[in-house]
Design a protein around this ligand. Structure first.
Ligand code: BES
Ligand code: MN
Ligand code: ZN
Length: 500
């Protein structure tokens, strides 16, 4: 999709704009938005609204051709609900409805003239960003591995977003660039998630990271099994050892800030397929465990976004990537391993493997003396039970520094429309992880499985400020529209942008 921003005012009017389609908002009480009024000199729009041809309900649409006094070939009326409160949800519904009609038209270009400044509790920047991301989502292909490609999307492919002079089209240009960067980051995250697990292996993730490093000038290091052994990453290697695929430990550095500034570190879970290992998962829907690398995918997608916007911040991305497979060499329930920070772990369930690879990655992160570390992982099915598919889980310790980091992440999620919700952590939960034979067990006693998983990680993060995002419910969709969502790239990118 090709986007631009243009200001329309009394000299350069909307009604004189030559375009295939001009989308404007109307409301449930038969009221017209300002832009709709500007096109209503001939009375066609108010007549259409009065007649009841369009209800104004969020997402209702009516396409008019040859509206008198309007240069555009078509006017698309789009319902946005009650006029005194354009809610975020109604705005999103209206944007979706407009884009749907745009995709069916015999015209390649259009203008969207929505009330960008009138969305409740939101600003113009948000309205532009969410529109751009939504429009790019309609173009995302999932046919990379099909021999016969899906039809190329048709309809409007060039969108002009109308700003009024007060919205200052120039001020919105950087917002547009950021939105495109986030979109492109999400597209990479989705592509990696959707690729089949025989293609998207740890080696594939490492190669993708190398390509990103080439494209955006990141420093990169990929540690191989031998190096991981030398680092004594016994926990990560215990997961990797059941598989024929070589584990990869990827470190990407974007040093966009001052040399001396402590970096923000992102750590992604990169299980490119999670069979459960010897604690084998049941068969139905096991294919979806190809998405168990979505934490890693979101780190790479976020790096694409910050690389594109050349963010003035030091950011380090760590991806621990391997497969979790059963085999004659696989870890067994009851095995005790020694992690990089010296804690011994009794692996009671080989399916609780995410924490086993992350704990060593989190210990490795200490060497960067980070300003903050955020890990991102499809860690627990229990997180889906708690939050469903709308909201990611957020976990941190409870002190001033961590409350502040949690607030930053919650705010970034809210700002980006990629929300998270905070869970409690603490001693009582930690006790659920006691083992009779090792320092820690890798699963807790029954109850609060998402929290005990986070508690496990907490043991390895005591040297810095840390937060954990459980994206088990938000990273992909199941069912007929099965596919990766690109989350939480918007949250992470916004979080980093706010840190500059
Ligand atoms: N990758 C899974 C978590 C998961 C499951 C995410 C289903 C999304 C959908 C993780 O490795 C796992 O298997 N977790 C176990 C932990 C349990 C053994 C303590 C789980 O959640 O069942
Ligand atoms: Mn698992
Ligand atoms: Zn897993």
């Amino acid at each position: 999709m090709d986007f631009s921003i243009k200001a329309f005012d009394t000299k350069n009017t909307l009604s004189a704009a030559k375009t295939g389609v001009l989308a404007v908002a109307v409301f449930e009480n038969k009221k017209l938005s300002q832009a709709a009024q500007a096109l209503d000199a001939g009375g066609a729009i108010s007549a259409a609204v009065k007649s009841g041809d369009i209800s104004g309900k969020p997402g209702s649409t009516l396409l008019l051709r040859g509206v008198s006094g309007v240069a555009a070939a078509r006017v698309l009326l789009v319902g946005m609900g009650a006029d005194d409160t354009v809610s975020e949800k109604n705005y999103g519904t209206a944007v979706g409805a407009a884009l749907k009609v745009f995709g069916t038209l015999g015209s390649a270009d259009g203008i969207i003239a929505f009330p960008l400044a009138d969305v409740k509790d939101r600003d113009v920047n948000w309205a532009v960003q969410s529109l751009v991301i939504a429009a790019n989502e309609t173009e995302h292909r999932t046919d990379t591995q099909k021999s016969k490609k899906d039809p190329v999307p048709s309809g409007v492919r060039k969108i002009v977003i109308a700003a009024d002079a007060a919205n200052a089209a120039t001020a919105l240009k950087p917002v547009l660039a950021q939105a495109l960067a986030i979109s492109n980051g999400m597209a990479l995250t989705k592509e990696l998630g959707n690729l089949s697990p025989n293609v998207c292996t740890p080696t594939y993730l490492a190669n993708t990271a190398r390509q990103l490093a080439d494209a955006y000038g990141f420093e990169i290091e990929v540690l191989e099994r031998k190096q991981l052994e030398a680092l004594k990453m016994g926990s990560f290697l215990a997961v990797a050892k059941g598989s024929e695929e070589a584990p990869k430990f990827i470190v990407l550095k974007h040093m966009g800030g001052n040399k001396k500034d402590a970096p923000t570190v992102l750590v992604g879970k990169g299980i490119t397929f999670d069979t459960g290992g010897i604690s084998l998962k049941p068969g139905p829907n096991m294919d979806e465990m190809k998405y168990d690398m979505c934490g890693a995918g979101s780190v790479l997608g976020t790096f694409r976004a910050i690389g594109e916007m050349n963010l003035k911040l030091n950011v380090i991305g760590i991806v621990a990537a391997c497969e979790n497979m059963p085999s004659g060499r696989a870890t067994k329930p009851g095995d005790i391993v020694s992690s990089m920070n010296g804690l011994t772990i009794e692996i009671l369930n080989t399916d609780a493997e995410g924490r086993l690879i992350l704990c060593d990655a989190l210990t490795y992160a200490e060497r960067f003396k980070p300003a903050a570390v955020v890990d991102i992982a499809t860690l627990t099915g229990a997180c889906i039970v708690a939050l469903g598919h709308h909201t990611s889980g957020l976990f941190t310790r409870h002190d001033d520094a961590h409350d502040a980091l949690a607030q930053e992440l919650l705010d970034a999620g809210k700002q980006a429309g990629d929300v998270a919700w905070r869970f409690p952590l603490g001693e009582n939960y930690n006790e659920q992880l006691k083992s009779n034979f090792a320092d820690l067990a890798n699963i807790g006693t029954p109850g609060a499985a998402s929290i005990t998983a986070a508690c496990f990680l907490e043991n390895f993060t005591r040297k810095y400020t840390w937060a954990h995002l459980d994206i088990a419910g938000t990273a992909w969709k199941s069912g007929a529209n099965k596919g990766a969502t690109g989350r939480p790239v918007p949250l992470l990118t916004t979080f980093l942008m706010n840190r500059v």
